[in-house]
Ligand binder design. Structure first.
Ligand SMILES: C[S@@+](CC[C@H](N)C(=O)[O-])C[C@H]1O[C@@H](n2cnc3c(N)ncnc32)[C@H](O)[C@@H]1O
Length: 183
């Protein structure tokens, strides 16, 4: 616990002569299972048996390609090192890790930036993952027609609650109309 207090994960609020008492800090609060703010899925994804999002510097030489970059392949999760994420549990972990990053942002956006959406009629989230941002916007501003686009295995993993239109596609081939906002 001393180490965790030293690194800022917990705060020691013990009073002299009393039992040791620890409380959460802003850092450890992020690790509490909470649908709106928790980032646990991201940690599970990063610590799974497989490649993480961050490439260790020692491996940079292997992944910075000596060959030209194919933008479609590269976009589909960074090319070679991301290929394994398209299947099964790995797909689910990746999608949930991305969604837990977007949820706090979506919450802040709809609660604090209401004005941004006045007059907006349609919204498309390109590379929208499992649709958490689009769903938050659709629920908060029901007059906006919300859609999102992502790769087939990601859309297949998304909860469909009817408020968002899910489009399967490749962002490099999709040309949106002029009256949409793209995030
Ligand atoms: C950093 S994640 C963002 C996820 C999303 N914003 C969320 O809230 O979960 C990038 C997303 O882009 C998608 N993506 C990558 N390449 C793509 C492509 N070529 N066409 C469509 N989507 C793509 C990935 O599948 C992934 O869901």
């Amino acid at each position: 616990m001393r180490m965790l207090v030293f690194t800022g994960c917990f705060a020691n609020v013990s009073k002299e002569g009393e039992e040791e008492k620890y409380v959460l800090t802003p850092v450890s609060r992020l690790l509490v299972k909470d649908k709106d703010t928790g980032v646990l899925p991201f940690l599970f994804f990063e610590n799974r048996d497989g490649p993480g999002l961050a490439i260790p510097l020692s491996e940079t030489g292997q992944v910075v390609p000596q060959r030209p970059v194919d933008p479609v392949r590269q976009g589909a999760r960074g090319g070679d090192i991301r290929d394994g994420d398209a299947v099964g549990e790995s797909n689910r972990l990746f999608n949930e890790a991305m969604a837990c990053n977007s949820r706090p942002m979506a919450k802040a956006l709809v609660e604090k930036h209401h004005d941004t959406f006045v007059g907006v009629k349609s919204f498309v989230d390109i590379g929208g993952g499992t649709g958490s941002l689009a769903a938050a916007i659709a629920k908060a501003f029901p007059w906006i027609k919300c859609a999102m686009l992502d790769l087939p295995h990601v859309v297949a993993d998304a909860p469909k609650d009817g408020v968002v239109e899910f489009v399967v596609g490749n962002m490099f081939e999709h040309v949106p109309s002029e009256d949409t906002i793209i995030l």
